[in-house]
Design a protein around this ligand. Structure first.
Ligand code: AMP
Length: 460
């Protein structure tokens, strides 16, 4: 769960990257950074925190040059530490290089063990550093050969943007787990952008050209955009991006996230109707699907819960204690609106079940007569190894409990999920998606990490 951005050949490269990162902030709130290239010298500003807190006018002035890449991070591998803040940078005999990565490599530890046995030293414990080490060590004669070497060795999920002296490389893993889109800036000859989501293009006035294809490596330079085909495999884009993670105003693999979420809600209404007086969403994650549900069910839609936008997403905080406190901090029912009503509350997913339990109690204490929970995706029963932060299988409530048991736990009068077929119909067919979190069918085998890492520095 991270956001990546890159821009080639624009006089305000760092400023636009900074804006792009703002639009991608929902993909990661722990840290962020921008690296620019000015005539081959790389300049970096990276820090823990939100984009708006990391950068100011002075910091952005430290990032000259017409090429830049950026990253917002939410830890899925390597720990939430300053040394893991991206883009990572390194010097090699081929020049300085920076990389921003979204996704998780499944064989990073194995590669790292091998490289360490050969004498390599790593400065972070992020799986992303493996790309830099492999690139620096590649014996390939040309850049294309070296990229093929690196991407031939890594397995798992990656959408990466790399900055070299005078070019940007963007690549998506052979299955295309995580999104990555190519765009251009109208009015700026030779100016190209890449981003995790199109909402970053909208903010800076860029136009989407197309999604980078699974297995595709794109090299953007003064010669324009050139494609090198990397390893190929059947497409397996993450379906959970459409369910929860991406912003609804984004278009992923040519599909509007908003439209697909509406369809999930409509389909849920058909599969799991409810005798009720009002439909309310869990904001923001359930808003679009609940509108689809209400419309299809012919029930009134109300914003029964109001979200405080000035606290971060509660789940996103790695510590359990903070998350428990977070729900109340984040949501509050509108007084009087739910009193005496039979309420359908729609959310996108249940992970541990703690959020839903608190929300149901909150709605009931606002006077609701009945509380029916509808979830616009199937039960999450398997952890994700490809870059979405999910807890271990044991902590996923649906891995060990039936919907009836979960309904009792969250104290709902009823609980129903969208069926797997319903989800796949809503997103336009079963092929082309990774559904491992719902089905346990993992497209790439996960190699359990060893635990010999000892460097746990906390810098201040
Ligand atoms: P839980 O209390 O663990 O059941 O949290 C469920 C809530 O977390 C739902 O409202 C989802 O919108 C949200 N959610 C689902 N998956 C994730 C994720 N990977 N990261 C952050 N939030 C999530």
């Amino acid at each position: 769960m991270c956001g990546v951005f890159g821009i080639f050949h624009h006089p305000e490269a760092a400023n636009l990257t900074y804006l792009g990162l703002h639009a991608l902030q929902h993909r990661g709130q722990e840290s962020g950074g921008v690296v620019s290239s000015d005539d081959g010298t790389l300049h970096a500003v990276r820090k823990m925190g939100l984009v708006g807190d990391i950068f100011d006018r002075r910091k952005l002035k430290l990032l000259p040059g017409s090429i830049a890449i950026g990253h917002v991070r939410y830890t899925t591998a390597g720990g939430s530490l300053p040394k893991n803040v991206q883009p990572l940078t390194a010097e090699s005999r081929h020049g300085a290089v920076a990389i921003a990565h979204n996704g998780n490599l499944v064989n990073a530890e194995k590669i790292r063990d091998r490289l360490e046995d050969e004498g390599a030293i790593f400065t972070s414990n992020s799986d992303t550093e493996v790309f830099l080490q492999l690139l620096a060590r590649s014996r390939g004669a040309t850049l294309d050969d070296r990229l093929q070497d690196v991407l031939g060795a890594v397995r798992g999920a990656y959408s990466i943007v790399m900055l070299l002296r005078d070019r940007i490389i963007a690549a998506r893993d052979p299955h295309g787990f995580r999104p990555l889109i190519l765009g251009r800036m109208p009015g700026y000859e030779g100016c190209y952008v890449v981003a995790s989501e199109t909402c970053a293009f909208d903010l800076i006035g860029a136009e989407r050209i197309r999604d980078i294809a699974p297995g595709e490596i794109i090299i953007i330079s003064d010669e324009g955009v050139r494609t090198v085909q990397g390893p190929a495999a059947p497409q397996r884009s993450c379906v959970f991006e459409h369910v929860y993670f991406a912003r609804p105003d984004s278009v992923l693999d040519g599909k509007s996230v908003y439209e697909l979420r509406v369809r999930m809600g409509e389909r849920l209404a058909a599969e799991a109707p409810c005798d009720a007086d009002v439909v309310i969403p869990v904001p923001d994650s359930g808003v679009v699907a609940s509108m689809g549900y209400a419309r299809a069910a012919g029930l009134p839609f109300e914003m029964g819960l109001i979200r405080n936008h000035y606290v971060g997403r509660t789940f996103i905080e790695p510590k359990d204690s903070i998350r428990h406190f977070g729900v109340k901090l984040k949501l509050n029912p509108v007084p009087g609106l739910l009193a005496g009503k039979r309420v359908v509350v729609v959310d996108d997913s249940i992970v541990r079940g703690t959020t839903s339990r608190k929300i149901v109690k909150m709605i009931r204490s606002a006077g609701a007569r009945e509380v029916h929970v509808r979830i616009s995706s199937p039960p999450v029963t398997w952890p994700c190894y490809y870059g979405i932060d999910t807890p271990t299988r044991k902590e996923l409530i649906a891995s060990s409990h039936t919907p009836e048991e979960i309904a009792r736990y969250i104290t709902a009068d009823s609980l129903e999920y969208l069926s797997p077929e319903g989800l796949m119909t809503s997103v336009g067919g079963a092929s082309g998606f990774c559904t491992a979190c719902f089905t346990g069918e993992y497209p790439v085998r996960f190699v359990a990490p060893t635990s010999r890492r000892q460097l746990r520095l906390v810098e201040v």
